[in-house]
Design a protein around this ligand. Structure first.
Ligand SMILES: Nc1ncnc2c1ncn2[C@@H]1O[C@H](COP(=O)(O)OP(=O)(O)OP(=O)(O)O)[C@@H](O)[C@H]1O
Length: 306
């Protein structure tokens, strides 16, 4: 395998006539980690990845792979594998698609068998791509990206269309690729889709950077500030919480109170009430993500925010 490379986006901007699709993006993507590239539909993700891969020229700024523009890479498919705009001839088998792609890039034929095995596509390799499910197409796109055994993988919405088993599989597969030292950049319009896979997060909206940092730091900003609590002695706990000055709502999941779980636990203990459930509630990570893409002024600690 070729080694993982750092991807550097430096002031990357793309205008399509009057449309500012991407505006001054500055961020880096490190090897050995899975990075989620997130934003709502139309945020500019695909345009940014296309600039990285030399498929569209930037209006200004640069996007480099290990310090080089894509067009200056000597063996691009061995350095970076991408599943962007994978167009498959419907009448060709998956194996034939991979063989043609490998031959065009001077990649040895034995890689075809290797990537078919790696992506679980071997059983379907000789079927026509036209009859493939969405999940099989995704796996074939991934197999194509892996042909050159590259150190960098750039995958556009790779989880989209996979069934639950496929999602579980790709999560651990992407993490394993990063653990080998590869750079893995994965786009998605849903944080929840990649939340269990990514180490780092880059969020864009309206073509602009909204957040760069670790997933852990973004999680730290989520504003969970209440509790859901339950007990066989509800009346006693409600009385104790109200006596301490807190309003209590009775909901399907239990008693909801705007107080941190540790404080709820203290009050319950003092009242001699045994708890059957106690959990934090409030805005979760997905809410935080939605707020981030909706409001450019929102501040998030721990990550760099624009
Ligand atoms: N070739 C083009 N000509 C004109 N406008 C374009 C072109 N390509 C993209 N755009 C515009 O640039 C903006 C960003 O689009 P882009 O496809 O990069 O977003 P995205 O984040 O990948 O969204 P999606 O998740 O929907 O694919 C959109 O407003 C889109 O309409």
């Amino acid at each position: 395998m070729s080694t993982g490379q750092t991807l550097v986006f430096d002031g990357v901007t793309k205008h399509f006539g009057p449309v500012a699709a991407v505006e001054g993006l500055d961020f880096t993507v490190e090897p050995g980690r899975v990075t989620g590239f997130l934003g709502p539909n139309g945020a500019g993700k695909t345009t940014t990845l296309r600039m990285l891969l030399g498929l569209v020229a930037a209006t200004s700024g640069t996007a480099t792979i290990g310090g080089k523009a894509y067009r200056d890479l000597e063996n691009p498919m061995r350095v970076v594998g991408a599943s962007l705009e994978a167009a498959f001839h419907p009448g060709r088998s998956g194996r034939a698609h991979l063989a043609v792609t490998a031959a065009a890039a001077g990649i040895p034929r034995d890689r075809v068998t290797a990537v078919l095995e790696q992506t679980g596509m071997a059983p379907y390799a000789d079927r026509r791509v036209g009859g493939y499910s969405m999940g099989m197409r995704q796996r074939l796109g991934l197999a194509t990206a892996l042909l050159g055994d590259p150190g960098v993988l750039v995958l556009d919405e790779p989880i989209n269309g996979l069934d639950p088993e496929g999602i579980r599989w790709i999560r651990s597969f992407l993490q394993a690729l990063a653990a080998e030292g590869r750079t893995v950049l994965v786009s998605s319009h849903l944080l929840s889709e990649v939340q269990q896979t990514v180490d780092d997060v880059v969020v864009i909206a309206g073509g602009k950077l909204r957040y760069v940092g670790t997933l852990a730091a973004l999680e730290g900003t989520s504003t969970a500030n209440g509790s859901v609590v339950d007990t066989p002695d509800r009346a006693v706990l409600i009385a104790a919480l109200e006596a301490a000055g807190h309003d209590v709502r009775v909901e399907a999941e239990g008693l909801v109170v705007e107080l941190a779980p540790v404080e709820v636990g203290r009050i319950a203990l003092a009242a001699g009430v045994a708890l059957s459930a106690l959990a934090a509630s409030g805005a979760g990570l997905e809410d935080e993500f939605l707020a981030l893409v909706a409001d450019p002024e929102r501040a998030a600690e721990g990550g760099r925010q624009r």
